[in-house]
Design a protein around this ligand. Sequence first.
Ligand SMILES: *[C@@H]1O[C@H](CO)[C@@H](O)[C@H](O)[C@H]1NC(C)=O
Ligand SMILES: *[C@@H]1O[C@H](CO)[C@@H](O)[C@H](O)[C@H]1NC(C)=O
Length: 240
Amino acid sequence: MVSGRRLRVLSGILPALWLLCLCLRHGTTAPVKVDCPCADPSQCELITAPPRKELFAFIVEDSNWQKYDWSKITTVGLYTKYDPKLMCHAHSKGARIVLAVIYPVDNLTNPAARTAWIQQQVAQAKSWHMDGVNFDIEYPVSIEDAHYVVDLVKETAQAFKAYNPNAQITFDVGGVPPCLVLGWCYDYTALAEACDFLFLMDYDLLAAGPVAFPNSPLSVIKFAANGSVYIPEGIYRFLS
Ligand SMILES: *[C@@H]1O[C@H](CO)[C@@H](O)[C@H](O)[C@H]1NC(C)=O
Ligand SMILES: *[C@@H]1O[C@H](CO)[C@@H](O)[C@H](O)[C@H]1NC(C)=O
């Protein structure tokens, strides 16, 4: 026996279900072409290339990407403001374009905030037709808290790959072992397992004292008898 009240509820639900079905049908027939800003709508389709040798470019300047050698680039990280023309261009060349993300350090130990933040990144990537994220947190994390960063990256990768199995999730680490400088005690091994690949930041001079780094100029490096490589008077002297 169906009561009048239940019938009213059902009659309210059925149109809603119908609408939902319409949306799902629409979603499966035209997955990424909705709101596509590209002249050729196929350029909004996400890149499906399997893992490959990468040439990863960080875009920090929005005026010169037209001059990049796009025949070699496989992924660009968007470190400048979003430009739909750039997204269309990257995709037309078979290159992924990923969001640059920094999770707020104050919320590192807060799982609910983490989940909410990840949902925002996924929504942003969907609306901009982006292929994943590059984490560049670069803040100190203690050994005790390192697992929170791993959880963040793991959960982000799961959320992205749930809607795009070809999404690319990467994480930037120092060009030196964890904890050696700047208090970045990231768990490299667990992070490498949680994401597609780590980006080793082995560029630039690090002004962090008497330790030699991958790009330290050979002319200022000394090799100690004990096998360590160091800069006797520090990098500041070299720069001044
Ligand atoms: C931390 O998370 C809370 C709750 O989700 C949010 O309101 C707040 O804006 C977050 N803090 C930062 C710095 O993003
Ligand atoms: C190796 O030698 C350098 C230069 O003398 C010194 O600064 C460093 O502490 C030594 N490292 C070890 C592990 O003994």
